[in-house]
Design a binder for this molecule. Structure first.
Ligand SMILES: Cc1cc2nc3c(=O)[nH]c(=O)nc-3n(C[C@H](O)[C@H](O)[C@H](O)COP(=O)(O)OP(=O)(O)OC[C@H]3O[C@@H](n4cnc5c(N)ncnc54)[C@H](O)[C@@H]3O)c2cc1C
Length: 466
């Protein structure tokens, strides 16, 4: 019998449960990917991420060809494309990796129904997360988790499946089955260090588990160090398997700290699975639709373009534009600055990140934006997640390497002024070629004042009727 292996964001051959099941249980298998306009041009559209994905698809096709197969690409919604392809090939089963976002689940229901009308079954297998099934992980009270640490303890105990190898050979896909041309991977960010595809992802993963994770616990917050795995784009598109990555991590404290971060990924997937409404509104009812946001486009533009006058914020935003990536510590600082200091709706930041990030991922992005906005799961008082950008810079970019790399106009500013360049005496501004207000912006706001306003804004929201 024939199976279609429907690739979505599991663009790899290693540890791919859908591919392995198809190979074990079917004589013929047809790998397929649907270019779906709703994803490519919808609310979460992103030129850099799409370019990365096209690169991954090309690699996947090359890898499949090396094993005797090839990738069939269809430019249509899967609920239209897959029943058609099943008819063309006589397939009775479609295998895919289960996903959690509201869109993915709606799409899968529609596709399953369309396939069902033709007697074809859609079978969803694991493959996107470290733990196979995030749905049934429940607290003692039988409810989904909304606090990270108890989830983490339970997650550590959850069973793990065997890691699958890559197939050695695959059946030939008949020549008469047509495929749309694979799009050119155009629009990568100017300085992206992320080569798309499984080979580049695996190389990075193996380097991380062999040596790269050493020092992770101590260095992962230092923005100028390459102290983290840099695997997030590969995990998002499934060029590497979270399950395999976890299985390869050594038994060290550093690796345990990295494993805990991987758990955050599963946690936010668990949260979105059980709270699909979070995609649009605040998880916390007492704050839902009650915060009076600032709608200033000039502040938002200064944030997006890295012109706030706060060097760490500007460095993070410019890193994002140049590379399609931003260090986690910078994401926290720029997120706090947008939502707390500027008082701008977290959804504006969420949308901008989705447009720019190679790893842009609805569950992770939404969960983290709600976290930093103090409106989501794992609640804490708003002032606990309000970062002072000057202190954060001194702590996490102590020698200014990161700021100087991404904000070149500050390159010659002496260390003692780098976190607060507006305090430079005129003479030093002239000598370092950085006149505040001309070469580099004066701060768009005063952090101490903005902090008080943010506390008042949240306090007022709690009092307000919805
Ligand atoms: C406002 C904001 C938005 C974010 N948006 C995204 C997003 O769209 N996509 C995304 O993958 N991550 C997002 N993150 C989480 C985190 O910043 C990135 O996963 C991390 O920086 C990726 O770098 P790395 O692979 O080197 O991470 P490492 O430190 O090496 O961690 C390993 C893996 O663990 C996972 N991980 C680590 N931290 C987190 C976290 N806080 N939440 C969820 N998963 C985590 C990622 O898959 C990561 O690749 C966001 C964080 C913030 C504060």
């Amino acid at each position: 019998m024939t199976a279609l292996v429907w690739f979505r964001r599991d663009l790899r051959l290693h540890d791919n449960p859908a591919l392995s099941a198809a190979q074990a249980e079917h004589e013929q298998l047809i790998p397929v990917f649907c270019l779906d306009e709703r994803l490519l041009a919808g609310a979460h559209r992103s030129i850099p991420r799409t370019a990365f994905m096209h690169g991954c698809l090309r690699e996947l096709n090359d890898d499949l060809r090396a094993l005797g197969s090839r990738l069939i690409v269809r430019s249509a919604r899967p609920e239209v494309a897959l029943p058609q392809l099943a008819e063309e090939t006589g397939a009775d089963t479609v295998l895919a990796a289960a996903d959690v976002s509201p869109f993915a689940r709606r799409r899968d229901r529609a596709t399953a129904a369309a396939l069902d009308e033709r007697g074809v079954r859609l079978r969803l297998l694991p493959g996107c997360f470290a733990v196979d099934d995030l749905g049934p992980i429940m607290s003692g009270a039988g409810t989904p988790y909304t606090v990270f640490t108890p989830f983490y303890k339970r997650w550590l105990q959850a069973p793990r499946r065997t890691v699958y190898g890559a197939p050695r050979q695959l059946p030939v896909v008949p020549a008469e089955i047509e495929s749309a041309a694979l799009p050119e991977p155009l629009g990568a960010p100017p300085s992206s260090g992320f080569a798309p595809g499984e080979a580049a992802g695996r190389e990075r993963m193996l380097q991380f588990v062999e040596t790269g994770s050493q020092g992770y616990a101590q260095n992962h917050d230092l923005v100028a160090e390459h102290g983290t795995s840099g695997l997030s784009p590969y995990l998002h598109f499934g060029c590497v398997s979270a399950r395999e990555l976890e299985s390869l991590l050594p038994d060290t404290d550093d690796a345990a700290a990295a494993r805990r971060q991987l758990c955050w990924r599963d946690f936010y997937a668990h949260v979105l699975l059980h709270h699909p409404g979070n995609a649009h509104h605040e998880q916390q009812e007492r704050l839902r639709r009650r915060i009076k946001w600032n709608r200033s486009m000039s502040l938002f533009d200064a944030w997006r373009e890295g012109r706030t006058g706060y060097p760490l914020v500007d460095a993070g935003m410019r890193e994002l534009a140049a590379t399609g990536y931003m260090h986690n510590r910078s994401r926290l600082v720029v997120g706090s600055f947008l939502v707390k200091d500027m008082g701008i709706d977290w959804r504006w930041g969420e949308r901008w990140f989705m447009r720019m990030l190679l790893d842009g991922d609805e569950a992770n992005n939404n969960g983290n934006w709600q976290w930093i906005a103090s409106v989501g799961v794992d609640p804490q008082p708003p002032s606990r997640r309000m970062f002072n950008p000057t202190l954060q810079q001194r702590r996490f970019d102590p020698d200014g390497r990161y700021v100087r790399l991404h904000v070149p106009e500050l390159r010659n500013v002496p260390d003692e002024y780098l976190a607060e360049p507006w305090t430079m005496p005129d003479e030093i501004q002239r000598r370092s070629g950085c006149i505040i207000g001309k070469d580099y912006p004066a701060p768009v706001l005063d952090h101490a004042q903005a902090r008080l306003e943010a506390i008042a804004r949240y306090a007022e929201a709690v009092q307000r009727e919805a």
